[in-house]
Ligand binder design. Structure first.
Ligand code: NAP
Ligand code: F7E
Length: 349
């Protein structure tokens, strides 16, 4: 395969961010290659709308089986695809799950990044064609924050196996940039959400529950720490920042955030009031959702990405909550209709 100007390889393409990024890149004319895992039932719901007829020669989305545990498989794939840009979004991305699966999380989220970097480095050295690399770093690296707001120079204080793995992934990316002159950039993204957010992350758990409670499919919502604060933005806005980072002449690291922080309680208030309900009538605390070590407060300072890349978020906290509730109310209505008609409900994004 020869190298063309706009060919991207995206790991984590079946996830929330991967699906928005694939849409963005296809819209810009890229040929997009995505890494998917073999699963016993389909895991491509978020990108199915992007897949045209496989016999259509104009189709520019290609999916390849692989896994971040398989370094030689990744290397073979990248050598075959010869991408000009690589976006490493794949991870075991759930903080609470990382306490239950610390070794697995370290392997995928941490070492998986090293495997990707090594595959990219070898391919670039072999072909002589430059490859630009994006690493999905996280505000969780700031953890028990030592200063607020957090910037690119705020020291890391990770508080979970996930965050520790992301610090490793971040540092190894910087190390490859400095050691091998690789165009590798890290986006230190604060929480970003959407109607495609996985349903065990708190925003989606809340918006789904609001929809289902409103139509009578659910009575209660059980949550952990309601006073925890996050700087929440819209995923569709954040993938633009990823792309912008790889269009710069020089690689660098950037904080991507809205600069506004809200509590989980405030997110509940906004979502329930969207459908004229009071969250206090439905939300109960369940200690199962507390974490062994918590991250209580995150607030990002995105001055650098704003001034250097001209990026800014378009969707506000209120707009995000309303968007998610409206979408989940529609899904809940479909679920209710299917149940009333005696059909099995098959959810979709
Ligand atoms: P997500 O929805 O959980 O998606 C994770 C993706 O990684 C999925 O496509 C998943 O595939 C894939 N994956 C997991 N394990 C893998 C493995 N062993 N090999 C190959 N692929 C694997 O996450 P997201 O919210 O889109 O986040 C994207 C990236 O940004 C992640 O690295 C996350 O840690 C990071 N991040 C997210 C946020 C946020 O607020 N969303 C903020 C900062 C950083 P399956 O579909 O097969 O499970
Ligand atoms: O929790 C609290 C919880 O799981 C947000 C990932 O994308 O963003 C995400 O990590 C807050 C925490 O996201 C429940 O304790 C209360 O304080 O939605 P979350 P997260 O842990 O911030 C970062 C930036 C990433 O990089 C990660 O990949 O909400 N919370 N009650 C709850 N959280 C959950 N999940 N479930 C609850 O019932």
């Amino acid at each position: 395969m020869s190298t063309i100007a706009k060919r991207a390889f995206v790991t984590g393409i079946t996830g929330q961010d991967g699906s928005y990024l694939a849409e963005l890149l296809l819209g810009k004319g890229y040929e997009v290659h995505g890494l998917i895992r073999r699963a016993s039932s389909p895991n491509t719901a978020r990108i199915d709308h992007l897949q045209s007829d496989p016999h259509d020669a104009r189709s520019r989305l290609f999916l390849h089986y692989g896994d971040l545990t398989d370094g030689s498989g990744l290397a073979k794939l990248i050598q075959a695809i010869q991408p000009s840009e690589v976006y490493n979004l794949a991870a075991q991305s759930h903080v609470k799950v990382s306490f239950d699966q610390p070794i697995y999380t370290s392997d995928i989220t941490g070492l998986g990044t090293a495997r990707m970097l090594q595959a990219v480095r070898e391919t670039q050295e072999h072909s002589g064609q430059p490859i630009r690399f994006y690493q999905a770093s996280s505000s969780e690296m700031f953890g028990k924050v030592v200063e607020s707001p957090q910037t690119e120079s705020t020291p890391f204080y990770p508080r979970s196996p996930y965050a520790v793995a992301k610090v490793y992934a971040h540092c190894i990316t910087v190390n490859y940039r400095e050691s091998y002159n690789l165009h590798a950039s890290c986006g230190i993204l604060f929480n970003h959400e959407s109607p495609r957010r996985g349903d065990t992350f708190v925003t989606r758990k809340i918006s789904r529950a609001v929809g289902r409670i409103k139509v009578g499919l659910q009575d209660k919502l059980y949550l952990g720490n309601l006073d925890s604060k996050r700087d929440w933005g819209f995923a569709g806005d954040y993938v633009e920042a990823m792309w912008l980072m790889l269009q710069q002449e020089r690689p660098d690291d950037y904080v991507v955030a809205t600069g506004v922080t809200h509590s989980v309680r405030e997110f509940c208030e906004r979502c329930f009031s969207r459908v004229n309900l009071d969250y206090r009538d439905f939300v109960e605390i369940d200690p199962r959702y507390l974490r062994p070590a918590s991250v209580d407060y995150l607030l990002g300072d995105a001055s650098k990405v704003r001034t250097t890349l001209g990026w800014k978020p378009r969707v506000s906290f209120e707009g995000l909550a309303d968007m998610m509730v409206d979408s989940d109310l529609e899904l809940a209505q479909q679920e209710k209709s299917a149940r009333d008609a005696g059909h099995e409900y098959v959810g979709h994004y």
